[in-house]
Structure formats: C-alpha cells, structure tokens
Design a protein around this ligand. Structure first.
Ligand code: NAD
Length: 477
C-alpha cells in the first residue's frame, strides 16, 4: 500500500495541514492500492505565498539561466521515465505503450520549452514604442487525471520559460505520478518557491487558487464545466486564463478516401488513451452510400484492437480510470441504445475475462447529431458513426457542436482536405492521421477552451505586454 503524505512547498516536502485522506485505486482490478493526504486552503495559501516570494528574483533571471534550468529539469525527468510509466500503468490504467510515450513526452516538454525560449524575442519595436514581454506573475497550474504528469511538466516548463513562479494543483487521482514527478523536479535544484505542488480537491485547493488575489494566471486543463467555474471565480481578480477543456471531435472521411486505410485510422483516433482523450475523434462522419462498407471495416478494426493486460505492448485499450467513469460510460452506452442508435460492436458490461473498470470498445451507427451520444463528451472508447450526403453537409455536422478542440480529415487529396480543414471550427485539424506537433499551438475554439498552449503561443500566455514610449529616440525624417 502506498501512503503519500507530503506536498511540496518552498523547495521542501512538507506534511499538509489538510487532514483528509483520499484512496487510490488500481483501475484494472478496482483494488485500493494506496492513499494520499490532501492539502487544504491553508496549504494552498502557503504555496501561493512561497511562489510570490520567489517571483521577483525569478522574473529577473536571464534567458540563459532559465534554459539551463529547463535542461536540468529535462535530465531529472528523463532519469525517471520508467518509474513514471510504471506508476501511470498502475494508478491510471494506461496501456504500456501509451504510458511510456506519456512519460517521455512529460520529460521532453522541458526541452521543447527551452527551444521556444532560445528563439523568442522578449523585446520588439513598434513605431516609436519599445514593446516588452514580461512574466505575468504567480501562475496556478491545474491538471486532469488523464495526462497528469504531461500537463504538470508542459505547463511548468512554459511558466519557467516565461519567468513565472507557480503553484501546481495536480489531479487528486494521480498522486503516485505526482510523487514521482515532484521528486524528479526537486532533484533539478531550482530556487525554493519557484514551483510548489499541492495535491488536493478541486473544490478546495482549486477554488482557492481561482480566487486568491496573489495568483495572476490560471492554466487549467480539465472539463468544460470546471473551466467555466474557474472563469467565473477568477473574474473578480481579473485572472488571465488558459483553459484547455473537453471535446467531441469529428473525423471526416471524405468520399475519395480509401476506406480500408481510413477506417482503422479513424478508430485509432477515437480510442486513443482508451477513449479518455480530450482530442479523441469520437464522431466519425462517412458518406451515406458507403455506410455498409464502413460498418464492416469498423467491426474488423475494433475486433483487432486488444483490450486489457496493461504491460502487454500489444494492448491498445486499458480500463477507465475509476468506478465513476466506468459507470458514466455504461450509462452512455445504454442511452445510445435507448436513443435508437444501432450497436455495431461492443455494448454494456465488462469485456470477456476482464473485471476492474474495463469497458467494451463500442461503436454505434445510425447516429444523428442530436443524440446525446453525439453531443456529449463520453470520455471512454465509445464512437458514433454519422452519415452525410455532401461535403457541405459533412462540414455542417462537424461544426454543429459546442466544442471545437480537434478535428480529423481523411482524404486521398491533400488540397481537398486542406480546403475542408479551413472550414472546420477547431483549434487543431489533423489530416490523414498526422502525428502531434509539439511546438504548434494547441487549444480549442468555442467551449473547448480559451487560449493556446505549446511553443510561442503557449509562452505568450504567461507574459504581459508592456509598451514603453519615449525609450526609442526616433531619427528626424
Ligand atoms: P475535471 O474538470 O473534473 O478536473 C480537472 C482538474 O480540476 C482536477 O485537478 C480537479 O481536481 C480540478 N477541479 C475540480 N473542480 C475544481 C474547481 N471548482 N476549481 C478548480 N479546480 C477544480 O476534469 P478531469 O475529469 O480530471 O479530466 C477530464 C476532462 O479534462 C475531460 O473533459 C477532458 O476533455 C479534459 N481534458 C482536456 C484537455 C485539453 O487539452 N483540452 C486535455 C486533457 C483533458
């Protein structure tokens, strides 16, 4: 049994003032594997105070100093990727390939931020003004359970590049991963107070971060409902916010696509991270006259997806993170049937031979965009097939959602796919299964969020802009 009893404030592991304990489960069995002692409001205030004390000196550090720290943080995380991947499998149920990718991604975020910082110009001239980009202040970084370590590292790396000090509120469900990340980051030897990590409940620690006047910025990744509450709570102190929220992303298979290759790509995109991915392509849009071919190929593709056995490199789908998430997914499968959609494969219950929080990878056809399974983020391996009669209608259906995080287009003609991409309301569009680009902006249109992360766009979200007039003496004309 794990017992996690410390949070990290002002460069030290300390016992929280908070007295509440939270159970950690292994999702592949449902067993309790440990517990974590949660921080409270006082701990949060202490962490904010430490970050605030550290801010003036850290804001004045040079680019070279911060690049050197980012590289040390990278090395420290790299030395721990195997431990982190193992914890991700045990605590969160990620299949091993995903867990290993996620742990490396977390470490590499520091290198990506260093690269952005190397190339970024903090000062530019506009007319007679000198325009200076300055760190915004103390930033609160709030992460979800579905990629806790990755988001801690990416947000922290960007904040450090900008010269901000931070208070991190990781998901309370990810305490094993957080412990490993904290130990690794501590090894890098940054000045005390630059980063503080307080694991606690969202409605306690997260709420305090959202209203505390000494927090200038919140970078939040999580659900749209909580993102809205943070936006409201932060309005009084006019916090800068970056909100990375939910999605219901469309995959448009255009009528010129080779279905034999397109369908497996669409299924893989929908099932990424066991379906617990904000960017999962969960609405597959196909030409109406190809529906029967698509259904046949979907059955083949899903039957080939291996569920379970997390340490097996071939497994693509692991369990849901919690009993609650398991039940939520079951509820949506039930609703899909009740709403009149046709079950192509999967359904309610556990897959054969698996217990814990495993669900059956499920695909519905004859779905209309008004059904709740097509409108709401399910956050599990449950996909909808919708049909269209023209490209125009496909674009209309794709955009008919409150979300706008990601979209996928599959076509034999790149120019045609680009033209469709230009009309989609989404922060990212991936053509023909193109992989992640770590320095390109990431974020959502509409209720999928506010602002962008990664690269220069992400860095500027941690900066304020100051125009200094009179600093530049203009040459007489
Ligand atoms: P969640 O919104 O329930 O929780 C996210 C974080 O917010 C947790 O740390 C939680 O403790 C905290 N929180 C909860 N209530 C809070 C409050 N009142 N004030 C401040 N913080 C609070 O989300 P989750 O269930 O952990 O994660 C899944 C969601 O995250 C999905 O909706 C998914 O789409 C989204 N997500 C988005 C992205 C993206 O980049 N757009 C990436 C990953 C996940």
């Amino acid at each position: 049994m794990y017992s996690i009893e410390h949070i990290y404030i002002d460069g030290q592991f300390v016992q929280p003032n908070g007295q509440e304990w939270f159970d950690l489960h292994n999702p592949s069995t449902g067993d309790v594997i440990g517990r974590v002692r949660l921080a409270d409001v006082q701990d949060t205030k202490d962490a904010i105070a430490a970050a605030r004390r550290a801010f003036p000196a850290f804001a004045r550090t040079t680019r070279e100093q911060r690049i050197a720290w980012l590289k040390r943080l990278y090395e420290a995380m790299l030395a721990n990727v195997d431990r982190l991947a193992a914890a991700t499998i045990e605590e969160y149920g990620a299949p091993s390939t995903r867990a290993k990718w996620g742990a490396r991604y977390a470490a590499e975020s520091f290198l990506h931020a260093a690269q952005t910082l190397e190339e970024y110009s903090f000062t530019r001239r506009i007319g007679s003004a000198e325009v200076v980009m300055e760190p915004v202040g103390v930033a609160a970084l709030i992460t979800p359970w579905n990629a806790n370590a990755g988001f801690i590292c990416n947000k922290l790396a960007t904040a450090i590049a900008a010269g901000c000090t931070v208070v991190i509120k990781p998901s309370e469900m990810s305490a094993l991963q957080t412990q490993i990340v904290t130990e690794a980051l501590h090894e890098a030897g940054l000045p005390a107070g630059v980063f503080n990590i307080v694991t606690g409940r969202g409605d306690i620690v997260g709420s305090e971060l959202s209203v505390n006047p000494n927090v200038a910025k919140i970078s939040f990744t999580g659900s749209t409902a909580v993102g809205k509450s943070i936006l409201r709570a932060g309005a009084d102190t006019m916090k800068r916010v970056t909100l990375e929220l939910g999605g219901k992303s469309p995959t448009l298979i255009l009528d010129d696509a080779n279905l034999e290759t397109a369908v497996p790509v669409a299924v893989t995109s929908g099932f990424q991270n066991s379906g617990q991915a904000c960017i999962a392509g969960t609405r597959i849009l196909v030409p109406e006259d190809r529906l029967q071919d698509v259904i046949r190929l979907v059955k083949e593709a899903v039957s080939a997806v291996k569920v379970g056995h997390l340490n097996d490199a071939d497994s693509a789908i692991g369990p849901m993170v919690s009993q609650r998430q398991y039940e939520r997914v079951q509820g949506y499968i039930r609703r899909g049937v009740e709403e009149g959609a046709t079950l192509v494969i999967g359904g309610e219950g556990h897959p054969d031979g698996l217990a814990g929080y495993y669900v059956k990878p499920t695909v519905f056809a004859n779905v209309t965009n008004g059904m709740s399974i097509a409108r709401e983020e399910i956050f599990g391996p449950v996909l909808c097939i919708l049909t269209y009669r023209s490209e125009e209608e496909a674009i209309e259906i794709a955009n008919d959602t409150v979300y706008g995080l990601h979209a996928y287009v599959i076509s034999a003609d790149i120019e045609r796919a680009r033209a469709v991409a230009s009309r989609l309301e989404a922060g990212r569009v991936s053509i023909n299964g193109a992989p992640h680009e770590p320095l390109a902006p990431f974020g959502g249109y509409k209720q999928s969020g506010i602002g962008r992360e990664y690269g220069t766009f992400g860095l500027e979200a941690f900066l304020e802009t100051k125009a200094v007039l009179g600093a530049i003496v203009l040459e007489p004309q």
